[in-house]
Write a protein that binds this ligand. Structure first.
Ligand code: HEM
Ligand SMILES: *[C@@H]1O[C@H](CO)[C@@H](O)[C@H](O)[C@H]1NC(C)=O
Ligand SMILES: *[C@@H]1O[C@H](CO)[C@@H](O)[C@H](O)[C@H]1NC(C)=O
Length: 326
C-alpha cells in the first residue's frame, strides 16, 4: 500500500468516525420505545395510573391531555414548551390565542411528573410524559394503542408569538390551510384527516363554532338549531359555553366523528371541510365504515406527530418541574 492511499483510507475512517459521533450526539438522535427501560422501569405504569384516576374523575380530561400533546408538538416540536409558565425573560404559549382558556390538563401533567421524579429523579422529560399521557388517554376512552417513542428532552424556553403565528390552525381554517399546516410538521393529508378524528372526544367553546352554526349552509338544520340554544350569536356572554365535538359519544373514542361529517353534523368549520365535496370525502367515508382502518391510521399518525422536531442528545434539559426551566 502506498503512503498516499494509506493516508486517504485513514482519512475516510476518521471522517466516518466524526460523522458517527455527531450523529449520536445531536441532530440525528432517534427516539425509541425503550428509552427509559433501564433508567425508569416503572414509568409507563406510573403515568397510566395517574391518567386513569384523572379520567375517572372527569372523562373530558382524556380529551384535554390528547390535545395538549398536539399543541406542544405543532409549536417548535414536541419539547414540552407549552407547559412553561411565563417568566420575566419570555412570554410562553399558555395564553396564546389557540391555548388561552382552552388548553387544559397542566395539573395532571404536574401530578404525573412529581410521581415520576420521586421514582426516577432528573430522568424523564415533560415532553415524553405528555406524549405517554396522550396515548393512555386515547386507550382509556376506547381508542387504539401504540408504542410511544421516547427520548425527547425539554425546551428551555417557550414562545407566545410562535404559538400565535398560525402554526396551530384555527377552527375557521380552509381545507388548504389545514393541509399546509400539517405538511409543515411532516404530516400528510391522510394523517390530518385521521388525527382530526380526535374530535370524537372532548368539547369546544361557543366562540370556536359560532360562525358555523349561524353562518354556514353545509350544516344539518336541526343540529345547528340545537347548538344555537346554548351559543348566542348576538352577545359574547355565551362564548365560553361548551358543546361536544362529537354530539353522539363525546367521551368515547370511536369513529362517530366521521359519521357526523357525512351527515353535515361536524361542529367546527375545520371539521366539516374534510367532507364537503372535496378530495378527502372518500377517506372520511372509509373511516366512517371501517373503525379498524381509522384506529390504525390514527395510531400511525400519532407516532409521526410525536416525531416532530424533538430535542435529543444534549439539547434542552430534563426539567424538574414541567412549569419552569431548571
Ligand atoms: C385539523 C386541525 C385542528 C383544528 C382546527 C382544531 C381545533 C380545535 C378547536 C377549536 C377545539 C376546541 C377548543 C375550544 O373551543 O376551547 C379543539 C378541541 C380539541 N382538539 Fe382539535 N383541532 C385540530 C386538530 C386536532 C388534533 C390533530 C388533535 C389531536 C391529535 C386534536 C384534539 C382535540 C381534542 C381532543 C379536543 C377537545 C379538548 C378538550 O375537550 O379539552 N385536534 N380542536
Ligand atoms: C387570556 O384570557 C384571559 C381571561 O379571559 C384574559 O384576561 C387575557 O387577556 C387573555 N390573554 C391574552 C394574551 O389574550
Ligand atoms: C350573527 O352575527 C354575525 C356577526 O355579528 C352577523 O353578521 C350575522 O348576520 C348573524 N347571523 C344570524 C343568523 O343572526
Amino acid at each position: 500500500m502506498s503512503s498516499s492511499s494509506f493516508f486517504s483510507s485513514s482519512m475516510v475512517i476518521h471522517v466516518t468516525f466524526v460523522l458517527l459521533v455527531l450523529q449520536m450526539g445531536t441532530s440525528y438522535a432517534q427516539l425509541s420505545t425503550n428509552f427509559y427501560s433501564k433508567t425508569c422501569p416503572n414509568l409507563l405504569s406510573t403515568v397510566k395510573s395517574v391518567v386513569k384516576s384523572a379520567v375517572s374523575k372527569e372523562k373530558r380530561m382524556g380529551a384535554s391531555l390528547l390535545r395538549l400533546h398536539f399543541h406542544d408538538c405543532f409549536v417548535n416540536g414536541c419539547d414540552g414548551s407549552i407547559l412553561l409558565d411565563d417568566t420575566s425573560s419570555f412570554k410562553g404559549e399558555k395564553t396564546a390565542g389557540p391555548n388561552n382558556n382552552s388548553v387544559r390538563g397542566y395539573n395532571v401533567i404536574d401530578d404525573i411528573k412529581s410521581k415520576v421524579e420521586a421514582a426516577c429523579p432528573g430522568v424523564v422529560s415533560c415532553a415524553d410524559i405528555t406524549a405517554i399521557a396522550a396515548r393512555d388517554s386515547t386507550v382509556i376512552l376506547g381508542g387504539p394503542s401504540w408504542a410511544v417513542k421516547l427520548g425527547r428532552r425539554d425546551s428551555k424556553t417557550a414562545s407566545f408569538n410562535d404559538a400565535n403565528s398560525g402554526v396551530l390552525p384555527p377552527p375557521i381554517s380552509t381545507f388548504s390551510n389545514l393541509v399546509s399546516r400539517f405538511q409543515a410538521v411532516g404530516l400528510s393529508t391522510k394523517d390530518m384527516v385521521a388525527l382530526s378524528g380526535s374530535h370524537t372526544i372532548g368539547q369546544a367553546r361557543c366562540v370556536s363554532f359560532k360562525g358555523r352554526i349561524y353562518g354556514e349552509s353545509n350544516i344539518d338544520a336541526s343540529f345547528a338549531k340545537t347548538r344555537q340554544r346554548t351559543c348566542p350569536n348576538s352577545s359574547t356572554s355565551g362564548d365560553n359555553n361548551l358543546a361536544p365535538l362529537d354530539f353522539q359519544t363525546p367521551t368515547f373514542f370511536d369513529n362517530n366523528y366521521f359519521k357526523n361529517l357525512i351527515n353535515q353534523k361536524g361542529l367546527l368549520h375545520s371539521d366539516q371541510v374534510l367532507h364537503n365535496g372535496g378530495s378527502t370525502d372518500s377517506l372520511v367515508e372509509k373511516y366512517s365504515k371501517d373503525p379498524k382502518a381509522f384506529n390504525s391510521d390514527f395510531a400511525s399518525a400519532m407516532i409521526k406527530m410525536g416525531d416532530f422536531r424533538p430535542l435529543t442528545g444534549s439539547n434542552g434539559e430534563i426539567r424538574k418541574e414541567c412549569r419552569k426551566v431548571n
